[in-house]
Design a protein around this ligand. Sequence first.
Ligand SMILES: Cc1ncc(COP(=O)(O)O)c(C=O)c1O
Length: 466
Amino acid sequence: MTREPNAELTRELRTLDAAHLLHPFTDHAALAAKGVRVIARAEGIWIWDTEGHRILDGMSGLWCVNAGYGRRELAQAAYQQMLELPFYNTFFQTTTEPPVRLAQRLTALAPPVRGQPFTHVFFTSSGSEANDTNVRLVRRYWDLLGQPQRKVIISRCNAYHGSTVAAASLGGMSGMHEQGDLPIPGIVHIQQPYYWGLREPGETPEAFGLRAARWLEDKILEIGPQRVAAFIAEPVQGAGGVIIPPPTYWPEVQRIVQRYGILLISDEVICAFGRLGHWFAYEKFGIQPDLVTFAKAVTSGYVPLGGVLVHERVARVLVEGGEFTHGYTYSGHPVACAVALANLDLMQREALPERVRHDTGPYLAERWATLADHPLVGVTESCGFVAGLVLTRDKATLAPFPDAWEVGLLCRQHCFDSGVVMRAVGQRMIIAPPLTMTRADINTMIERIVRALDATWADLQQRHGL
Ligand SMILES: Cc1ncc(COP(=O)(O)O)c(C=O)c1O
């Protein structure tokens, strides 16, 4: 595949794609009418499509290519492991070297909680499977402790925890629940800590953060604390639109889960591996989870891998509790784990989390904040290497545009046309760029985003006479 535009290949793949490929979260008729974009190759922070466009990937693929594209050592690690041992399972009282080494490595990377380490890892192939695993794990834990009535898991509206039946139930996406008769029993939701959407007039972010955390306490008391197994949450909600909670939120949530003795699951499928400037996001927010979901950037997305980091509190009970009847063919896949080890080596060598924490993260925050000057932009927020902005027709009230105008999708299209990938979540535009970006790359990204916002503004003026 070259960088040259290839109209014939584009046409062929578009036709075959429309005929045979079912895409995630996609209106297929609309996509077929428009024609899918075919991504052909990538290098660093750039992707190329078959029409020859070079596009800055502001979303790291899908929040996962933290180390950037074209890292030969990750390809080498996969190649070597495939030659040596492409697969063997961990079911038959057997193991292989890469998952053992990776489990040890991850438990060593994860800061201790309550003075005790994370001791074990359960591997999966995705974040969804990892959250399904969490449902099984927390129920097993309470069963083994003689409290089988503790079944209920509390989650949050607009959370995204994956797309399997259990993970979509944990998630709080109403569109997903509607199509699948979800959530399954035993999973309930509280509101998300979205200050800009749910604040009372005159309420400060700090006061809102405390109020939002106390929705958890209200729910626990409503259900009965003795029936609640766990609370699951993303430290920063990602797919829900990069919802960054006020600083008072997490400490209060921590107080509440501790008070009622319920397990805390920190879903760090997006937030871990340097995304927020730390190896794990619970460190940043000072929370004390019992289970940490990971996936995506553990391999920088080069091969599928996910899992759950299990704290000593839970692992001790599980390990002594007899057989846990759960597992996947690819739990601890040697090739995926070998790539993850090489990826962690690379991230450590290049100090990517530290770079985001001390240098490029603060620089992105500074540059991102300048977008608030644009007439289309209400609020800008960022945390490490995730950032979001609100498109609005009125900066003072943050009044949204009519849904029918599809302003988010319009802006996303102008972003592509301006050579930068941004994701639209309703009328929020979000980014999560590769952690390898330099300050100059950030400048290039911001310039392209400004161009896209200008084009969106001009388009809206033309279509709707703004
Ligand atoms: C926080 C979170 N949890 C879980 C998942 C599901 O991961 P996967 O798509 O690998 O199943 C995602 C995916 O975006 C996610 O953002």
